[in-house]
Design a binder for this molecule. Structure first.
Ligand code: SAM
Length: 296
């Protein structure tokens, strides 16, 4: 069965009396070469387990099962489960789990896979929940080797942006803390059934085993990044003083200019993750000093 053919996809959905569910972001890939390219490039070790989020009718799952040791596929739509049994029945190395990935204990689900060897993530992500899924995967601290996702091209640009560019945002800085993202290729909207309104791109994130940035206090790093981008148009002293109430604006300006040798009128969008880390360390030290001098 050619699971990458638009006619077959529609016929198979009809066979199981299913409609494409917009609320679950169901736009299924219908181009074999794209599916093969994603499967080929999502991981470099055939002995890996692949966590697939949202197998849909199983086209990507099928190609992953041919290339890697095992596929654990988490699908929210219970209607697709019997269909997936039918389309993926030939594969002994596929486990389909009917769950919302955001409510799944991935650590437990993947414990046997992590015990055996490498685990990577591969997903054509539903548009409605791209960023929450990505943040959940990164913040889970599970030692994935790669996270390869198909996302809207605009989101892909943001994930892979360089500091100082228009597309650079809080998610770029946070992602750079956990790993290195690269855009692999673009996928036009007409390679999906039904076609979405926008083009997509495939992004591969290589997670760091040892992070190049080690902040003194991680929550302060994330707080600094969030504050800098919440008020993107403001200069850094103004944006940070709206959030860091423990420090005066002068103290924040000194942390920026004296401790980090940055200009006072700099905006957060110019700071890469290394500079954010240095700045968050400076803010953290000043907060600690103040608390020791003036304990409440
Ligand atoms: N992998 C298939 C493909 O490439 O053709 C389908 C991709 S489709 C864009 C997204 C898939 O994710 C759908 O099957 C949808 O039902 C599923 N999905 C949506 N939200 C989900 C969630 N929270 N947890 C697990 N699966 C989800």
């Amino acid at each position: 069965m050619n699971l990458c053919d638009a006619k077959t996809i529609r016929q198979t959905m009809a066979m199981f009396s299913l409609n494409f569910r917009k609320e679950f972001g169901q736009n299924f890939l219908c181009d074999r070469s794209v599916v093969e390219d994603i499967a080929d490039n999502c991981c470099q070790n055939a002995d890996s387990t692949i966590l697939e989020i949202g197998p849909g009718i199983g086209s990507l799952t099928h190609e992953l099962a041919l290339r890697y040791r095992e596929v654990v596929a988490v699908e929210i739509d219970s209607g697709l489960i019997p269909l997936l049994k039918y389309t993926l029945g030939e594969h002994q190395n596929v486990q389909v789990v009917n769950r919302d990935v955001m409510k799944t204990d991935l650590r437990s689900l993947l414990a046997p896979a992590f015990a055996r060897g490498g685990v990577s993530v591969c997903a054509n992500l539903p548009y409605y929940i791209t960023t929450p899924i990505l943040m959940m995967l990164l913040e889970s601290r599970l030692p994935f080797d790669y996270i390869t996702v198909m996302v809207q091209s605009e989101v892909a640009d943001r994930l892979c942006a360089k500091a100082g560019s228009k597309a650079y945002g809080a998610i770029t800085a946070v992602l750079n803390y956990y790993g290195y993202a690269e855009k692999l290729f673009k996928v036009p909207a007409d390679r999906f059934v039904p076609s979405p309104k926008v083009d997509s791109s495939v992004v591969r994130i290589r997670l760091y085993r040892e992070r190049p940035c080690v902040p003194l206090h991680e929550p302060t790093l994330f707080r600094t990044v969030r504050a800098a981008f919440e008020q993107r148009r403001k200069t850094l002293p103004n944006a940070l003083s709206a959030v860091f109430n423990e420090l005066t604006k002068d103290e924040i300006t000194e942390a920026i200019t004296n401790d980090c040798a940055l200009p006072a009128d700099i905006r957060g969008e110019r700071l890469d993750i290394q500079t954010f880390t240095a700045l968050s360390d400076a803010l953290w030290r000043r907060i600690q000093d103040k608390q020791h001098k003036d304990p409440q």
